[in-house]
Design a protein around this ligand. Structure first.
Ligand code: ADP
Ligand code: ZN
Ligand code: ZN
Length: 733
């Protein structure tokens, strides 16, 4: 009699070539028929080779000629290595974005199985166990004696440690093993994740927190829509997450908590470990491969209740997922900007939860315009926290018009108000955060004779002067050069630096406020592993009174002594050529303002701007999310931008002529497909027309439905040109 089970398996082979990115059918031999499952790693014949692959489909129907059918050679693991629901998710990603299913699968594999990664193994060590409690040893065997004495206290110990402690050698251990006094065996060692033990504050929930939790629970029992938790800064959103996660754990399921930056994972881990203890894990690309390997398998085996991580942890292999939390859901870092599958984590999370009948909570003080719109439309359930905990007021925000400061003769980077506020810090234990969203010393170098700005030779970007190494840097490629003595265009000697970066702020502060200790947090000071944490600790401990930084200082920090936030130039993000520049400015200002006055003392905020009546600035000043949203959404509606229509960006990069011809060819193809010319913006050079020596041309498509299918069928281009398709792009530079 035939064994029951599927006759055929659809397998994607682990070969990184586009031509093989499809599902090949294989026969399932009788021996595996009862065991094979979707997600299994298998060995298959492929051409003349044997390669690894993953089972994506199982069926009883033959889809190819019987004569060409080959059989699976082996099941490589007892259980499927990719959860079946994650296989489904990978297939969904393939159709929703434009990329290879094999690339989507990379996110779901154990770290060491991914392309280009060396294979790591479980770390093992030799464990020594005492077998005979009171052995008799020869008088002169003092090393053996010390070994036994230690083991009498501990029963077992790792060989390496034992040898050191007992001042013995491995030969000593072997001698004792030969006498049957102890046993040496292999044991698995975990590369552990450490956190700082902090006490779990036992809080009485506020009425608003109770109400939000009730709403989310009701949604769980009802329609299970994603929940948008809109809570002002300091309203206690984390406490709501913790409560919902406790429910999930009680039901025997797991939760994934996503934060927008790896740098924020330690503080989140501390807080969650304080509540849930050992069964909390971390998964992100900042861990070593070995650490990730261990955390991944622990999660896969169901030994973890809560996984904390950045973007890619949305794919954590939790066997019985109940909840995904996206904290600060509006953050741009949730968008994958590399590879061919440029996914939006929010959408992936919602899809993944739907596949396993789980729930999603999106939390933010400044929800993405798209998210809030969906909530108002009823696609998401809306829960709100409108006040800070313990009746703490939101900080007062003052906007300073820098044009007036200029008129009054103030040429410094600090307005009179901000200078005064900084002076008042001295002698108190109050702290300040100063935001300037530009790193380096000065922003650009200009020739006063010919007016040319010094540009990167590879990119259409001005060079930034860094005093740390006294060189000009390109922030888009790795190019660095020393400051030329004369203008490369006209040879004049009148080169001058303009604009201020965080490095200069730190220098000026040190000179003008010598008794205020300041630390700086930006991409330059956090390059080394652990440096982010070290800077944070200096500020948290009060060693430094001022924290200067780029947008890094705006996110998620909870320091109770911060009573002052200064924004040096609100206009930087406002003047970006991007449809989301108002939104990003509003979010950045609101988020950084939210760092002030979180403790018992009231906080204030000083925003400097040359455009102080811009609605993004005044709305942030008034803590008026809804006011901002109404104005922004009507702008989006009138221009047919998201969330009313989809945007798709097709970008071709390469040599000038070839890149241009490629987008022109694509443009004609799109017209042939029946897309109306008025919905196609371009072909045109991208706002940054050249990066790393490659010219960049683009077309933006506005559409009602998804453009994924059309974009998958784009005509071929010359091999020197690279085409990327970004469905719902977030950044348009
Ligand atoms: P958000 O993420 O909304 O900005 P947090 O969750 O970080 O706010 O909470 C802000 C602070 O308020 C934290 O220090 C937290 O411990 C505290 N907190 C939260 N809920 C309560 C509560 N019910 N009572 C007192 N303090 C609370
Ligand atoms: Zn010049
Ligand atoms: Zn460059």
């Amino acid at each position: 009699m035939e064994k029951p089970g599927p006759l055929y398996a659809g397998v994607v082979v682990d070969v990184r070539v586009e031509a093989v990115n499809r599902v090949f059918q294989y026969r399932v031999p009788e021996t595996f028929r009862e065991r094979v499952q979707i997600g299994h790693r298998v060995l298959v014949p492929f051409g003349r080779r044997k390669v690894e692959g993953y089972v994506l489909e199982l069926s009883g129907e033959l889809e190819i000629e019987e004569a060409r059918l080959k059989s699976l050679l082996a099941l490589l693991d007892p259980e499927p290595i990719i959860l079946p629901s994650l296989v489904e998710l990978a297939k969904w990603m393939e159709t929703s974005y434009v990329g290879l299913v094999s690339e989507a699968l990379q996110y779901m594999l154990p770290p060491s199985f991914r392309w280009g990664k060396e294979r790591v193994r479980t770390k093992t060590g030799q464990m020594v166990t005492l077998l005979e409690k009171n052995p008799t040893l020869p008088k002169n065997a003092s090393a053996q004696r010390r070994v036994v004495e230690i083991l009498q206290k501990t029963q077992e110990m790792l060989a390496a440690e034992l040898v050191t402690q007992a001042r013995a050698s491995h030969a000593t251990l072997r001698a004792l093993e030969d006498k049957g006094i102890l046993a040496v065996g292999q044991t698995t060692l975990e590369r552990p994740i450490s956190w700082d033990p902090i006490p779990d504050p036992k809080l009485n929930l506020t009425d608003e927190q109770v109400e939000a939790i009730r709403r989310i629970q009701a949604e769980l029992e009802g329609a299970k829509r994603p929940v948008l938790l809109h809570g002002v800064t300091g309203s206690g959103k984390t406490e709501v997450y913790l409560n919902m996660i406790a429910d999930v754990i009680k039901a025997g399921r797991q939760a994934i908590v996503l934060v927008p930056e790896i740098a924020l994972t330690p503080q989140t881990l501390n807080r969650f470990a304080a509540r849930f203890g050992q069964r909390v894990s971390l998964l992100h690309s900042g861990l070593s491969l070995g650490e990730r390997f261990d955390q991944w398998w622990k999660t896969y085996r169901g030994e973890v209740d809560v996984v904390i991580g950045a973007r890619s942890a949305v794919f954590a292999p939790t066997p019985n997922l109940g909840l995904i939390v996206l904290d600060e859901e509006h953050e741009g870092t949730y968008k994958q900007e590399e590879g061919s599958i440029r996914y939006q984590t929010r959408d992936v999370a919602i899809k993944r939860a739907a596949l396993v009948d789980g729930q999603v909570i999106l939390g933010s003080a400044t929800p993405a315009v798209e998210s809030y719109h969906r909530a108002l439309q009823g696609h998401y359930c809306l829960a709100e926290l409108t006040a800070r905990v313990e009746d703490r007021p939101l900080p007062t925000v003052k906007v300073v018009d820098m044009r007036e400061q200029f008129e009054q003769g103030n040429r410094s980077m600090f307005s009179t108000e901000l200078r005064q506020a900084l002076e008042e810090l001295a002698g108190t234990d109050n702290q300040a955060i100063i935001l300037l969203n530009r790193r380096g010393y000065s922003r650009f170098v200009l020739c006063r004779q010919c007016g040319q700005v010094l540009e990167c030779p590879n990119c259409q970007v001005s060079l930034t002067y860094h005093r740390d190494d006294d060189r000009l840097h390109c922030h888009y490629c790795l190019h660095r050069e020393s400051l030329p003595g004369k203008c490369p265009h006209c040879a004049s000697r009148f080169l001058r630096q303009f604009g201020v970066g965080t490095e200069q702020v730190q220098q000026v502060l040190a000179k003008e406020f010598p008794n205020l200790q300041a630390v700086r947090l930006d991409a330059d000071t956090t390059r080394r592993k652990g440096s982010h944490r070290a800077i944070m600790n200096q500020f948290a401990s009060g060693q430094a009174q001022i924290l200067i930084g780029t947008q890094m200082v705006a996110k998620g920090l909870d320091f109770p002594h911060v009573t002052l936030v200064g924004v040096l130039s609100a206009d930087l993000s406002l003047n970006f050529p991007d449809i989301r520049s108002s939104e990003r400015t509003f979010q950045l200002l609101t988020q950084v303002a939210g760092r002030s006055g979180r403790g018992e003392k009231e906080g204030r905020v000083i925003i400097q701007s040359y455009d102080p009546t811009h609605f993004a600035i005044t709305a942030a000043q008034n803590h008026d999310y809804l006011g901002f949203f109404r104005q922004e959404i009507s702008f989006r509606r009138s221009l047919g931008y998201p969330p009313f229509r989809h945007l798709t960006r097709i970008l071709a990069s390469g040599p000038q002529q070839e890149a241009k011809e490629a987008v022109e060819g694509i443009y004609h193809f799109l017209l042939q497909q029946g897309l109306p010319a008025e919905d196609l913006l371009g072909p045109a050079p991208a706002p940054i027309g050249r990066i790393q020596g490659r010219y960049r041309w683009q077309i933006l498509i506005k559409s009602t439905g998804s453009m994924a299918d059309i974009c998958r069928a784009l005509p071929p281009v010359q091999p020197v040109v690279q085409v990327t398709v970004d469905i719902d792009p977030l950044f348009l530079l």
